[in-house]
Design a protein around this ligand. Structure first.
Ligand SMILES: O=C(O)CCC(=O)C(=O)O
Ligand SMILES: [Fe+2]
Length: 363
């Protein structure tokens, strides 16, 4: 690779991501090409079945460029948000009300079945609060209220981008037109949210997993990384590999809801966050996530038609809505919530539920 290309692939203000560590072979797709090329669309489907993770180059597409610009501003908002400090932010911890929205302080989740505490803090800002359509909105910290127009706009744009991806998946699953986009219509109340994450540098003598091994529970996740630390468990070798952050790109991954709706055809891969590698280990790691989930009342039943494998004779789908299904998984793993082995497994993946092979998840 030429040095000119290399400079396009690093973040100028950050220490470089090492070149000598194993990285995950995510396909690189391009948003502008996706609209024009059937081959790109077919690659999206392949990546969604094989690894459940891909890069999406957002440059050169109007929506993509807007998301890059807005995500850049949200990294600054994230700094100000966490600079408000844990004492202030804890006022917005809604876990005692059984909600995953709001603030989760450092060490308030466990990363394994032994109960080891996490090494990050995060804030979940619900889509419906920021699109002004929540029946009962939560209070949010001053930084988020000050930047509400940006959060509103980003929520709408992230949702629009992920809806485009759902459109491609819908086509390749060959289910009736717009099935997936309709189940995720932005006007439906849902568990969608922006997540701001901050992980402080870890002492070299005491490195631990920042965010434990898990699969995402919803449908699609849009992720902006700058500092490394995200790892995926490669299904081919069952080994962990870093996802190298790339400027101009988002990382997209599929969650358990799409596995469930597609009868196991699509893949939600296990991933985790560890301390940033190499020279990045002294950096504070910020990461920006958008989780898309089906509307709250959507029944979590396998789609019918196209290439979705039909239920076996006599097999019936449980009667559960998206809201019930997701909140069950999302609250498992909070410190103070009993961490039964069964619940832990459920948090890791729903592959077992579907009778599929389950990868190692508790490392
Ligand atoms: O911070 C990251 O890179 C990944 C975060 C993540 O996997 C999550 O919040 O579910
Ligand atoms: Fe995740």
């Amino acid at each position: 690779m030429s040095s000119a290309n290399e400079s396009l692939e690093t973040f100028p203000t950050l220490p470089p991501f090492p070149t000598d560590i194993p990285t995950a072979p995510l396909l690189r797709l391009s948003l502008s090409e996706l609209g024009k090329s059937e081959a790109q669309s077919a690659s999206l489907f392949t990546a969604s079945k094989d690894l459940g993770f891909f890069y999406l180059d957002l440059r050169g597409d109007q929506l993509g460029d807007t998301l890059l610009e807005e995500s850049g501003r949200l990294f600054e908002v994230s700094k100000s948000l966490f600079d408000e400090g844990p004492e202030e932010l804890e006022r917005f911890d809604y876990s005692e009300q059984g909600s995953y929205y709001g603030y989760k302080g450092l060490g308030k989740k466990v990363v394994d079945a032994k109960g080891t505490k996490d090494r990050n803090e995060f804030y979940n800002a619900g889509k419906d609060d920021f699109l002004d359509q929540s029946p009962a909105p939560f209070a949010h910290p001053a930084t988020l209220m000050k930047n509400k127009p940006l959060l509103t706009s980003y929520t709408a744009h992230a949702h629009e981008l992920l809806t485009r991806i759902l459109g491609h998946l819908n086509t390749h699953l060959a289910v009736p037109a717009s099935t997936l986009p309709r189940l995720h219509d932005s006007s439906l109340t849902s568990g969608d949210h922006i997540r701001f994450i901050r992980a402080p540098p870890q002492p070299p003598s005491d490195l631990a997993t920042a965010l434990g091994a898990h699969t995402d529970f919803g449908s699609l996740t849009l992720l902006f990384n700058r500092v490394g630390g995200l790892q995926v468990l490669l299904p081919t070798t069952n080994t962990w590999a870093y996802v190298r952050p790339l400027p101009g790109h988002a990382i997209v991954n599929l969650g358990d809801a799409l596995v469930k709706l597609s009868g196991g055809l699509l893949r939600s891969n296990i991933h985790r966050v560890v301390a940033p590698p190499g020279e990045q280990s002294t950096s504070t790691r910020y990461s920006l996530v958008y989780f898309m989930r089906p509307g709250d009342d959507v029944p979590m039943k396998r789609l019918e038609g196209g290439v979705v494998p039909p239920l076996a004779e006599g097999e019936i789908d449980e009667d559960v809505t998206s809201k019930e299904w997701i909140s069950d998984k999302a609250m498992a793993g909070r410190v103070g919530v009993a961490m039964e082995e069964e619940k832990y497994k459920k948090r890791i993946t729903n592959r077992a539920e579907l009778g599929l092979e389950v990868g190692e998840g508790s490392a």
